[in-house]
Design a protein. Structure first.
Lengths: 253, 170
């Protein structure tokens, strides 16, 4: 048994069929289906919590409301002021979508949606577009572009700083993409590594395989539990940093 | 393993589409009602707090008013009590003075009556004594004396009696 092939099997997405539209292959894959399931779960849970009057809904609402209030009052309000309500649905959806994807990625047989660089890159791309959109919307196109460089810079430094700032904007988004991807992927890889220890030892000697399995399972379980924590943490960090970057574009001073 | 870090454009397309659709759907289905409920609750809480503050201010105002009224009533009652005490004192003094003057008048009247009675008795006694003396003298001398002599003798007798009485009193 080859560890690399196991990793490739678990972590790389394989298309179920190909459906080429120009350069895009829009064929479905288990990962896409998992992502849709996550989106469905998020939609059903959140709509149920927001709309239903039953006690179960009240319980769910009791868990969601503090998050929503935190995002609104502690993250968006300081950055956007009274425009916070306009951006609030985007950020709440971002948080809960990432959270659901992270958590469903931990379910056996489901794919780690956010442990795929294409997914995190897409989310970072959305952030990049949101930065441009918010900047132009709140400041106007000309003002936004001139304010990409901080004010008070000598004129001869301006072109250099403009290039640096634009690159910085991309760098921020790339860092968002890699942070989420690496964090979620690392959990999966470490979990798989611990479990794979059993098979490595079993190839040497069956008894050793049995002997090492409690420790391996225990460690894998520990990493798994930590992944639950990391799921919340990374969803929060992604949302918070997105808000920070967008806030920076909205208020250049 | 290169596939792990090379993004698949098809997947990116689907992710962006899914995410943006989710933003639209959740905005309508979840965040709208949820945030509306939160806003309504916050509004209600704010209203309740304002109403409670108003009620408290009103209660405090009423309490102050009542306290002021109580203080007014107390001073008034004190004044009334003081006035009543003063009136009582005055009445008592007046009654006492009246009673004293009455008693004095009674005493004076009684004394005057006593003196008059005594004088009357003394006069009567004197008449009695005089007639008895004349009678005694007539009987004693067995001779009739004319009215003029009798009168002069009697006057002399009374004068002597008076002087002797005065001397005796002295």
């Amino acid at each position: 048994m080859n560890f690399e092939s196991v990793l490739a099997h678990h972590l790389v997405d394989h298309k179920l069929f190909h459906f080429m539209v120009g350069p895009l292959d829009l064929g479905l894959s288990p990962l896409i289906i998992t992502m849709w399931v996550s989106a469905l779960v998020a939609t059903v849970t959140l709509s149920f919590a927001a709309r239903s009057r039953s006690s179960a809904a009240r319980l769910t609402r009791g868990m969601i409301e503090p998050v929503a209030l935190f995002v609104r009052d502690d993250i968006l309000e300081p950055l956007f002021g009274h425009h916070a309500n306009f951006y609030l649905p985007y950020f709440l959806t971002l948080f809960f979508f990432l959270l659901t994807c992270n958590l469903i990625g931990l379910v056996p047989y489901a794919k780690g949606v956010t442990a795929n660089i294409a997914v995190t890159a897409s989310m970072a791309l959305c952030t990049l577009f949101l930065i441009q959109f918010a900047g132009v919307k709140e400041q106007g196109l000309v003002s936004y572009i001139t304010h990409i460089v901080p004010s008070g810079v000598p004129w001869w430094l301006w072109p250099v700083l403009f290039v640096i700032e634009v690159f910085g904007m991309f760098a921020k988004c790339i860092s968002l993409c890699i942070r989420l991807f690496a964090n979620m992927l690392a959990g999966h890889i470490v979990s798989l590594s611990f479990l794979f220890l059993i098979f490595i030892f079993a190839q040497m000697n069956k008894a050793m395989g049995f002997g090492v399995s409690p420790a391996a399972v225990g460690l894998a379980l520990f990493i798994y539990l930590m992944d639950v924590l990391v799921s919340f943490l990374q969803a929060y960090i992604f949302t918070f940093l997105t808000a920070l970057f967008v806030g920076g574009a909205v208020h250049p001073h | 393993m290169d596939k792990l870090i090379v993004p698949d454009t098809g997947l990116m397309f689907w992710t962006i589409v899914t995410f943006l659709c989710l933003v639209m759907i959740l905005k309508k289905a979840a965040w709208g009602p949820l945030l509306k409920a939160i806003d309504e609750r916050e509004y209600r809480l704010r209203e309740d707090r304002l109403a409670a503050e108003e009620a408290r201010a009103e209660a405090e105002r009423i309490q102050k008013e009542l306290e002021a009224q109580m203080a007014g009533v107390q001073t008034k009652s004190k004044e009334l009590l003081a006035a009543a005490v003063k009136d009582g004192e005055a009445l008592r003094a007046k009654l006492k003075a009246e009673a004293e003057s009455d008693a004095q008048a009674i005493k004076d009247k009684t004394a005057a009556e006593l003196v008059a009675e005594k004088n009357r008795l003394v006069d009567e006694l004197r008449q009695e004594v005089a007639s008895l003396s004349v009678l005694a003298a007539e009987k004693l001398m067995r001779k009739s004396v004319d009215e003029g002599v009798q009168k002069s003798v009697l006057d002399g007798f009374f004068r002597d009696l008076d002087t002797s009485k005065k001397a005796g009193r002295n």
